[in-house]
Design a protein around this ligand. Sequence first.
Ligand SMILES: NC(=O)c1ccc[n+]([C@@H]2O[C@H](COP(=O)([O-])OP(=O)(O)OC[C@H]3O[C@@H](n4cnc5c(N)ncnc54)[C@H](O)[C@@H]3O)[C@@H](O)[C@H]2O)c1
Length: 367
Amino acid sequence: MERVGVGVIGCGIGKWHVEGYRGEPRADIVAIAGLDTPRCNEVAAEANVPNVYEDYHQLLSRPDIAAVSVAVPNFLHVPIGLDAIAAGKHVLMEKPLARNEAEAETLVNAAENAGLILGMAFNRRARSDMQVLKAFIDEGGLGHIYHAKAFWRRRAGIPGMGTWFTSKEQAGGGPLIDLGVHVLDMVLWAMDEPDIVAVSGATYSEIGPKGVGNWSGNGFMPSDAYGFEVEDLAVGMLRTSSGATIFVEASWAAHTSDTDEFGIYLLGDKGGAELHVRDYASADTLRLFTTINGVPVDSTPRLPSKPQGAGHREIIGTFIDSIIGGTPMVPSGRDGLRRTRLIDAIYRSSEERRELILEPSTVTVAG
Ligand SMILES: NC(=O)c1ccc[n+]([C@@H]2O[C@H](COP(=O)([O-])OP(=O)(O)OC[C@H]3O[C@@H](n4cnc5c(N)ncnc54)[C@H](O)[C@@H]3O)[C@@H](O)[C@H]2O)c1
């Protein structure tokens, strides 16, 4: 069996990449890198990873590593991704691909020019409810989808006030780029990558700047380096070329009954679906709505159970398939670029307080 030597850069969510590679019989985890040496040592010890580096360049210089996962703060995705590509490594990038469309494009182009794989860790699409829903849609179960909602709402879930997460420069944005990108990925994948032609958005920053709404007990290291420079709520409406619409809503903090809820709702002419995950539940999260002999029928699929942390493991399986077998990497860097472009457009529409018309590769202002 052909094997792939891999490295993981970043030891926060990077731990789930390590777990994913550990469960992949065709991968050998050669090294991890990160600035927080004690946490990286812990992750390495748990998974028997033989090498830990503070400087990721040392990891990239190893000839026995063919592929890397990049799981570092958003502002480092592109520089570290480019370094990895320059070192000839395939890259699995954490979400979001980049802070904005321009830097995302640089990375996608670099990977394509080098003939290397750039994949995206959009792990939520690997959930079993999402897989069941996608198969139902692909069989025509919903018919023509004409409206959808994608949401991730938290009551008090700002991930680390004062850390890189709340720095505009370092994160690129707030809940839209952090959480919204996951549900945007889910809804666009569900709808088979519709062509988005117009975007309208608005963002608010009403709670974070008051110093409340922090996600307590999250283990992030707060610092005084940054204030709260991003939005705590973002909303958007996307129009597709076929006339379908998609609402997007993402909050880190809001006065609502939700604790931590995400999902997608879809309306089709033959059926509808509500995938709604409350507090990371793994069961009872999907409802399908159809009509049989004129009678409305609501059904609740029994979902195949998956181990905790599921998502990264499946994406990593596809990444390794792609490296060894040459099969297309899905989700790809281009998928990441399309989501980044839409997020950019929502932020820009919010700033300009008007709808933007999108062209194939650029965002231009309507009228
Ligand atoms: N897919 C998901 O479900 C999911 C969940 C959480 C975070 N994320 C994404 O993962 C990325 C990391 O988030 P996190 O929560 O792990 O953040 P974190 O702050 O907990 O960890 C960041 C890691 O990057 C390392 N790092 C920072 N600068 C570095 C450098 N110059 N060289 C090498 N390593 C460096 C740190 O040492 C640390 O190990 C972000 O892009 C975030 O959006 C994805």
